[in-house]
Design a protein around this ligand. Sequence first.
Ligand SMILES: [Fe+2]
Length: 249
Amino acid sequence: MKPIAIISDIHGNLEALEAVLNDIYAKNITEIVCLGDIIGYGPNPVECVDLCLNFKVVILGNHEEAVLFGAVGFNPKAKLAIDWTRDQLNTQLKDKDEMRKRWNFLGEMKIHHEVGDVLHVHGSPREPTREYLFQTDIRDEMKMQKNFDRVKKISFCGHTHSPGIFSPSGFKNPADVFNVYLVGEEKAIVNIGSVGQPRDGDVRACYVTYDGKSVVFRRVEYDVDKAVEKILAIKELPPYLAMRLKEGR
Ligand SMILES: [Fe+2]
């Protein structure tokens, strides 16, 4: 199959999203799947939504869910960012039709998307929007089994902002496979990492490409300082959201 790009957890970081899209288009890849959390935390939710309007598949993240239906289970700081984000989507827009288009886009995001033997989700195969699959969960046999039961061959997810591969034989970091995971006989759940708020200690934006046979983990440098300054300039956004971009945590 023609390679596709899969991106997730942009979180309103326009600098990171633009850098990743440039990287994708430079590879002549035109099909992009987005696994959710386009918004929340970051300073440019409207601009980021606009860049995602025409993607082939867009999955609902827990931050879109929070903006649409209320921030259930969010900590107070994350909730502040959600309220500010909702406000931006409602007030930053002058044109009513444009505003409606964006809210319709958010409202029509899919909970999951299955094409052939590939399943796309935000969180986990069995609980697509909210469940986290952490590296340590590989020891939770029941949790992993229930998730693998929902996967035909391969599933792509985001949500933890930490890239890696879960398979019945164990967990691998991208470095363990030299950034190329070859799809074999085993089922796999691949966390594709985060574009706009990486948490694996690498500040660069993260995404993957997939051609049916292999998953390639890719890192892209972007103007972190610019994104940091923008967050610090918005009083409704907690400063730690800026500082963590500098550390990739
Ligand atoms: Fe996220």
